[in-house]
Design a protein around this ligand. Structure first.
Ligand SMILES: Cc1cc2nc3c(=O)[nH]c(=O)nc-3n(C[C@H](O)[C@H](O)[C@H](O)COP(=O)(O)O)c2cc1C
Length: 357
């Protein structure tokens, strides 16, 4: 696995933090980037309806820091004119890459012709891509699902059309819109896309371990791999992946570092937002992060019932002290830990699509 380029932008290592609405915001992206091993970060999907109507939330979602470069802004919508305007705004704020969302399955997004809705209206997608291409100079990329439904899988045709429109990187999540997050991603179709187009192709779906990521990368021949939910469970997954690619033993954070990363996240959140939403975000990450740790399920319960920053910090300290006193690294999955639900983008899409708060 070697670095690849999107025009002249080097993606090194070829590992991408997959965009996740409500998760991959300014704070989370920097937290992950600082752990190392990430070649590209992408914003949450941003509504062009919100952007072009000057919704403050949508504008805020384009904010990024120099340390994040290369940085891609992902936009979604179904109206070519608004998509063009949104793309221009992303270029204006200094994004390195403009990515079009062609995968979100949320009903509200699809109903308005955006997200994976574009997979069943390919002429509209073509118009959108051509409109955008005419008005930006930064590279245009696409993130898509493999099709709308099992009977209408069209990833290869969509990818070819996109490349003809000037798209310079195709990212494929190997599920259909109707599949949602069920089953496993189909990496054979990702491979078919890779074989069909001349631009770099990155694959995506279910990479939560280095072994699985390497296997899928090897089988599909993709240029890059996107990791979404796996990064919430393990912020070091990119670094570990990079280590293995380069023939090193994968980095293993100790307990102290695991605790420190939660605290770092919390500090960054508190700087960014009022205490209440910061608590919510903290619970979200801590919930995923402690999946698979000894006593993680119980810790999450305690955390969910914490009502202040102080209480959360105390509970984190107590939890990690307990692990230390048991002389464990914290690894070890319990039955309760296996039951954790990972959120999908739907709930966030409801807010973003309406362009409201
Ligand atoms: C909470 C959540 C929010 C998501 N939001 C987006 C999004 O805004 N844009 C996008 O292209 N994909 C979004 N996705 C899809 C992910 O980027 C990724 O394609 C999918 O989760 C499969 O990869 P994974 O198995 O590595 O998580 C989201 C997924 C989740 C779980």
């Amino acid at each position: 696995m070697k670095p690849f380029t999107i025009r002249d932008i080097e993606i090194n290592p070829p590992l991408i933090l997959s965009p996740m609405a409500g998760v991959t915001d300014y704070t989370f992206r920097r937290l992950i980037k600082r752990r190392g091993g990430v070649g590209l970060v992408v914003s949450e999907f941003i509504s062009v309806e919100g952007l072009t109507r000057h919704n403050p939330k949508s504008k805020r979602q384009m904010r990024f820091d120099e340390e994040e470069r290369p940085f891609a802004v992902q936009i979604f919508g179904g109206q070519p004119e608004r998509m063009r305007m949104g793309a221009e705004m992303a270029e204006e704020v200094g994004a390195d890459i403009l990515d079009v969302n062609c995968g979100c399955p949320a009903p509200k997004v699809v109903r308005h012709g955006g997200g994976s809705g574009l997979l069943r209206d390919v002429p509209r997608l073509e118009t959108i891509l051509k409109e955008i291409k005419k008005s930006i100079t930064i590279p245009l990329t696409l993130k898509m699902r493999i099709g709308y439904s099992d009977s209408t899988i069209n990833a290869v045709d969509v990818a070819k059309m996109a490349v003809d429109c000037g798209v310079e990187h195709i990212q494929v999540h190997g599920r259909t819109k109707e599949q949602g997050y069920k089953g496993l991603a189909d990496w054979d179709i990702i491979r078919a896309v890779k074989d069909a187009v001349s631009v770099p192709v990155s694959g995506n779906g279910d990479v939560t371990s280095i072994e699985y990521g390497l296997k899928k990368w090897d089988e599909s021949g993709v240029d890059g791999v996107l990791i979404g939910r796996g990064a919430m469970q393990n912020p070091w997954i990119f670094r570990q992946f990079e280590d293995v690619i380069n023939g090193r033993k994968p980095y293993k954070p100790d307990l102290e570092e695991k605790k420190a990363v939660l605290l770092e996240f919390f500090e960054m959140l508190i700087e960014e937002m009022p205490e209440l939403p910061a608590l919510g975000k903290m619970k979200q990450l801590a919930g995923q992060f402690t999946k698979g740790l000894v006593g993680g399920a119980q810790f999450r319960q305690t955390l969910y019932h914490s009502h202040s920053a102080e209480e959360i910090l105390d509970n984190i300290t107590i939890y990690f002290e307990t692990l230390r006193s048991r002389n464990t690294f914290g690894d070890g999955v319990t039955e309760a830990d296996r039951d954790i639900e990972i959120p999908s983008c739907d709930s966030f899409a409801e807010q973003s699509a309406s362009g409201s708060g």
